[in-house]
Design a binder for this molecule. Structure first.
Ligand SMILES: [Zn+2]
Length: 435
């Protein structure tokens, strides 16, 4: 892989890419195509035969297969590494500085896997994002919720990655959340409103709440319903006043229904998303982010998990596989997210393996083109109408976030699973990776 000389960036205002095949994401693929980039936006897309003479003097890169930069709509940057001790307490035990150092590598891995944008549903990524924007480190565009918000004894700060954190006094947990931990706990209408405002104050581009129990939390069941309908409603309303939408972690059916009735934009996981939920999702134009990678990858290692988590994951796998197939068949709007969170290289949920989610989407019934659309053009919609950038499509006026692939992903979707098959990555018009 070539090192990119960033000193030449400002000089290239207008440049282009020619490709054997261009997949715009929405619309039909174009053979012998070209893209023209002006600064950080796409200026023109079409067949090379229709390229205007005004572009005849600009430099063109040549690649085989071109498509929009990918989006991971469910990712966490916690920076917990192999050397961190403390089991469930690892996020607490690792210093924020050490986590940040690891995350800078994770962000680079994410970008070089072809993922030019991520929607972080809780983690340190939102805090680190300005360092990417000012060029200090290399990474994708980050749209973060800052904290995942849970109730006391809920799935997130009071249990999730910190599985056994519930054995700490609640005052200690709240103190950590108030200082550096990227989690939040709230109960009751007033506290919920205040907690939303605190996330907005830290720069949240959307809000993430946990409306049911989860797999990696110790004390709850995935069938538990978390937050009352009133609490969910005030959080959605408070977010809406700031033009933000809400993403809801939910497995259990009642949690899904409560979240949808409260007006959330996305259902994360949606393991028990059967007929009634599907009908309501379509009525509300809500989006499913199923996170098949964490289920399928987790199932390959299920025997290595602690007994409680292994039991929950098996239970979730049975239902979520069925629900994902049903949702695809029913035409529910879907965006792809992985739930990747580990700073340890080579595991199923290590950062940089995000593209496997596209393989799982095809495995669950999407066509390759549908899966690519779910991982590009549909993704910005998960941020709602006000926060969604013009991204995820090779289209005039859109962000010049573009990748090239070594082979045709429409013939072999699994090519997108490996970062080594992503030959080029442009973000905001700049070339970050070239092999
Ligand atoms: Zn997650």
């Amino acid at each position: 892989m070539k090192t990119i000389d960033t000193s030449t960036w400002s000089a290239i205002e207008l440049h282009g890419i020619k490709a054997f095949l261009l997949i715009p994401s929405r619309g039909e693929p174009i053979k012998d195509a070209a893209v023209v980039i002006h600064e950080d936006k796409i200026d023109w897309v079409g067949p090379q035969s229709k390229l205007s003479v005004k572009y005849s003097a600009i430099p063109f890169a040549r690649v085989s297969y071109l498509m929009p930069g990918l989006w991971d709509c469910h990712v966490h940057y916690f920076g917990v590494g192999e050397s961190d001790q403390g089991g469930g307490y690892a996020v607490l035990a690792s210093s924020a500085a050490r986590a940040g150092a690891r995350i800078s590598k994770d962000l680079e891995r994410t970008l070089f896997a072809g993922f030019t944008s991520v929607r972080e549903v809780g983690g340190y990524g939102g805090e680190i994002s300005p360092a990417i924007q000012d060029g200090s480190i290399v990474g994708p565009n980050i749209y973060s919720s800052i904290a995942p918000i849970s109730m006391t004894a809920g799935h997130a700060a009071d249990s999730m990655v910190l599985q056994d954190i519930h054995s700490l006094p609640i005052a200690t947990v709240l103190d950590l959340c108030a200082h550096s931990l990227p989690f939040a706990v709230c109960d009751g209408v007033e506290d919920c409103i205040k907690t939303i405002r605190l996330q907005l104050r830290k720069g949240a581009k959307f809000i993430k709440v946990c409306a049911s129990g989860g797999v990696f939390s110790e004390i709850d069941s995935v069938l538990d319903v978390q937050f009352s309908p009133e609490e969910l409603k005030v959080m959605v309303d408070e977010a809406a006043r700031a033009r933000r939408v809400v993403a809801a972690h939910c497995h259990a059916k009642e949690g899904i229904m409560n979240a949808l009735n409260a007006g959330v934009k996305t259902i994360e996981h949606g393991s028990w998303l059967y007929e009634e939920c599907i009908a309501l999702m379509k009525e509300k134009d809500a989006i499913l982010v199923a996170n098949a990678s964490v289920v399928e990858g987790g199932m390959q290692h299920v025997d290595e998990l602690p007994a409680t988590q292994a039991r929950k994951l098996r239970q979730v796998a049975v239902h979520s596989r069925k629900a994902y197939r049903l949702a695809i068949k029913a035409g529910v709007k879907i965006a792809l997210g992985t739930d990747q969170s580990r700073s340890v290289d080579g595991t199923f949920n290590s950062h940089g393996r995000n593209g496997k989610e596209i393989f799982w989407a095809v495995n669950a019934g999407m066509t390759p083109l549908q899966a690519i659309e779910a991982c590009t053009a549909t993704s910005p919609e998960t941020l709602g109408p006000y926060m969604a950038p013009k991204s995820g499509q090779l289209k005039e006026g859109y962000d010049a976030d573009i990748i090239a692939v070594s082979g045709n992903p429409l013939e072999n979707i699994d090519l997108l699973s490996e970062a080594s098959n992503i030959t080029h990555v442009w973000k905001g018009g700049h070339l970050y990776k070239s092999s």
